[in-house]
Design a protein around this ligand. Structure first.
Ligand SMILES: [Mg+2]
Length: 248
C-alpha cells in the first residue's frame, strides 16, 4: 500500500516584524549611527527624539513608495534629509545631501548585520524544518533586496526557506493583489493551499485577503482591529500559535 501523502501547505512569511526583529535591530543600528556621525551635535537633540522623528518621516515616505509615488532612491535619501531638515538643517544644501547619502548607505549596509529575531521565530522555523516535506516555505517582503537577503543570511534563517519573493523582483508591492498572485505563480501554488503570516494588517493581511489566501495576523501587541475592518482568518499573539493552526 502506498503511504498517503499529506498535502503540502505553502507558508508565506513576511520578514520585518514577523520573523526579523526590525525595531530592536534598527534601534541598535541607529544608536551607532547617531554616535558615529555626531548627529547630536548637528541636530541638538538626543538619540530618542532623532529616531522617533525618523520613524514618523520614514513611515510616511514608505506609504508613498508603496503607492508608486516615490522611487526607492528618493525614499532612501529623503528619509534622512527630511529628518535632518526637521531639526533645522537645510535639506537641499550639498553638505546635508551628502550626509543623507552617507546615512542611507550606512543604514542599508549595517542594518542587515543585526541578528535579532522576533520571540519564538527560530523555534517555529526549526519545528517547520523538521517537516520540510509538508511545508513549502517562502518569505514575502517589500523591503529592499540588498538588505533583505543579507539580513536573513546573517541571522541564519535563509536556510529555512525555499523561496525569497521580493517586491522588487515580482514587480508589485504588498498589499497589491498582484504581488500575491505572482508569488503563488512562482511556487505553482493555489490560494487554497497557502497561508500568509504577517504583522501588518494593512499590508500583509488585506493583501492576502484580496488574493483569496488564508491570513494569519501576527498581532504581537494585541491591538484591537478597528471597527469595520474584515476579521482575518486567524489572529495570533505568539508565533508558536501557528503550530496549532497548521495541525488542524
Ligand atoms: Mg512586517
Amino acid at each position: 500500500m502506498p503511504t498517503c501523502q499529506l498535502p503540502v501547505k505553502y507558508l508565506l512569511f513576511d520578514l520585518d516584524r514577523t520573523l526579523w526583529d526590525f525595531d530592536g535591530n534598527a534601534d541598535c543600528t541607529f544608536r551607532s549611527m547617531f554616535v558615529e556621525f555626531e548627529l547630536e551635535k548637528l541636530c541638538h537633540v538626543d538619540y530618542n527624539v532623532f529616531h522617533e522623528r525618523y520613524k514618523a518621516i520614514n513611515d510616511t515616505l514608505w506609504e508613498a513608495y508603496r503607492n508608486g509615488i516615490l522611487t526607492k532612491e528618493l525614499l532612501s535619501l529623503k528619509r534622512f534629509s527630511l529628518t535632518l531638515a526637521s531639526f533645522g538643517c537645510d535639506a537641499d544644501s550639498p553638505a546635508i545631501v551628502a550626509l543623507s547619502n552617507k546615512l542611507s548607505d550606512y543604514y542599508v549596509l549595517k542594518g542587515p548585520l543585526q541578528t535579532g529575531l522576533m520571540p519564538g521565530a527560530r523555534e517555529l522555523l526549526e519545528w517547520l524544518d523538521k517537516q520540510r516535506d509538508r511545508y513549502c516555505m517562502a518569505v514575502i517582503t517589500n523591503g529592499f533586496s540588498e538588505a533583505q537577503l543579507p539580513k536573513m543570511k546573517t541571522a541564519g534563517i535563509d536556510r529555512y526557506f525555499d523561496y525569497f519573493l521580493l517586491s522588487e523582483d515580482l514587480g508589485y508591492m504588498k498589499p497589491d493583489r498582484r504581488f500575491f498572485e505572482e508569488a503563488l505563480k512562482k511556487m505553482h501554488a493555489q490560494p487554497s493551499e497557502c497561508f500568509v503570516v504577517g504583522d501588518d494588517y494593512k499590508v500583509d493581511i488585506v493583501g492576502a485577503m484580496n488574493a483569496g489566501i488564508k491570513q494569519v495576523w501576527y498581532n504581537l501587541s494585541g491591538s484591537p482591529l478597528p471597527q469595520g475592518l474584515a476579521v482575518p482568518t486567524y489572529e495570533i499573539r505568539e508565533l508558536q500559535e501557528l503550530i496549532t493552526i497548521l495541525d488542524k
